[in-house]
Ligand binder design. Structure first.
Ligand code: PLP
Length: 383
């Protein structure tokens, strides 16, 4: 009878072409000496899935290679990755300097959760390098930005920010979720740590929740320990799905970015549309920076404002069911969202107005379908 704990005894000289799913929470080892060798990193192996497991290790290595990172860690979600990343660095009394346009939950982490532990965050406009320089005159542990912001798709100068951070002995942390390593590799522009929510474009099929952190040099062991102690480990099945999503990521990002660029141009010509926000358009406030930061394409995310406010948005949703309203992004086919009632629901009316997030603003996560099909659905929605 073959031993179920030793699948290789069953396989003989054959091997699966793809990494199987290791749906196990614990591993068995032959003796204490083997446990010592695995624990001390002298030999590969696993003992407890909250610390590490094969599907996460494989996925992390692939993502690290794509990001140009020396090491990577997969966590339970994008938020899990952000929490692991900042908690591995922060001490009581520390200061964070962060973009004033972060994903809502990240903003809550920085402005509501971390102050309970004595960590304060100063919000800055990341495109104003003089303002960032000034903010960093008071010592800060972390400078935190997103490559492409939600929903106005602002693109800060990552190289310039890295220089400013390093002059002040501060680390630049970048949320690269909207760009993915297909469009931008922040570590190559000087960032110290990069993260992505794999739930979005990298998973690509809206069926998993995961996050990734990659970096160079120190911190790998500290980050892995933080992720285990604070309890943000990844599920093997979700890692297995993300590994599968990763195979088609280059093709999906290329096709979806091309569709988004064409749609942005097309939307500009529609009379029902008041403005279109896409970093690839010369009219976008950060177009010149985006040309440098995103040389491979400007991504699959775009936003546009319909005339007629909330009522016109509801009409769009009813008339264009082929572009479902779903408050996430990165699905293989096109979806829409409404920042004012989803991601920015709890942002004050004044702040929404300051940022230009009105009731008529629709965010599109453009997919890989035939462009003509997306346009036909958009025409119905804009009627
Ligand atoms: N960062 C960005 C830019 C996001 O849009 C999101 C989620 O929408 C996250 C981080 C958090 O990722 P997750 O939902 O996988 O925790």
């Amino acid at each position: 009878m073959p031993d179920p704990r030793r699948p290789h005894d069953l396989l003989g000289p054959s091997a699966p072409l793809v990494l199987p799913l290791y749906q196990a929470s614990v591993y068995t080892l032959p003796d204490l000496d083997a446990m010592d060798r695995v624990s001390d990193g002298q030999e590969p192996g696993f003992f407890y899935a909250r610390d590490a497991h094969p599907n996460a290790a494989y996925l992390a290595a692939q993502l690290a290679a794509l990001e140009g990172a020396e090491w990577g860690q997969v966590c339970a979600s994008g938020m899990g990755a952000i929490v692991a990343m900042v908690l591995s660095l922060l001490r009581q009394g520390d200061r964070i300097v962060a973009s004033n346009r972060l994903y809502g939950r990240t903003m809550q982490l920085f402005t509501q959760e971390l102050p309970r532990f004595g960590v304060q965050t100063m919000l800055i406009e990341p495109s104003d390098l003089d303002g960032v320089r000034k903010a960093l005159e008071t010592p800060a542990r972390i400078l935190y930005v997103e490559t492409i912001s939600n929903p106005l798709l602002r693109v800060p100068d990552l190289g310039g920010l890295a220089e400013l951070a390093h002059e002040r002995d501060c680390r630049l942390l970048v949320d690269n979720t909207f760009a993915t390593p297909m469009l931008c590799r922040p570590l190559e522009l000087g960032a110290d740590l990069v993260m992505e929510s794999l739930t979005k474009m990298i998973g690509g099929h809206s069926d998993l929740t995961l996050g990734f952190v990659g970096g160079k040099g120190d911190l790998a062991a500290k980050l892995a320990q933080t992720a285990s102690i604070w309890g943000v480990p990844s599920s093997p099945f979700d890692c297995w799905l993300a590994t599968r999503g990763l195979v088609t990521l280059p093709l999906r990002m290329k096709a979806a970015s091309a569709n988004a660029a064409a749609l942005a141009e097309w939307l500009q010509a529609q009379p029902q549309v008041a403005r279109v926000l896409y970093p690839g358009l010369p009219s976008h406030v950060d177009h010149e920076v985006a040309k440098r930061i995103l040389p491979q394409g400007y991504g699959n995310m775009l936003a546009f404002e319909v005339r007629g406010g909330r009522e016109a948005v509801n009409r769009f949703m009813h008339k264009a069911p082929g572009i479902p309203f779903s408050p996430s992004l990165g699905h293989a086919t096109t979806t829409c969202s409404h920042p004012a009632t989803t991601s920015h629901r709890y942002v004050s009316a004044e702040e929404k107005q300051r940022q230009g997030i009105g009731d008529g603003l629709i965010r599109l996560s453009v997919g890989i379908e035939d462009l003509a099909g997306i346009q036909a659905e958009m025409v119905k929605g804009l009627q």
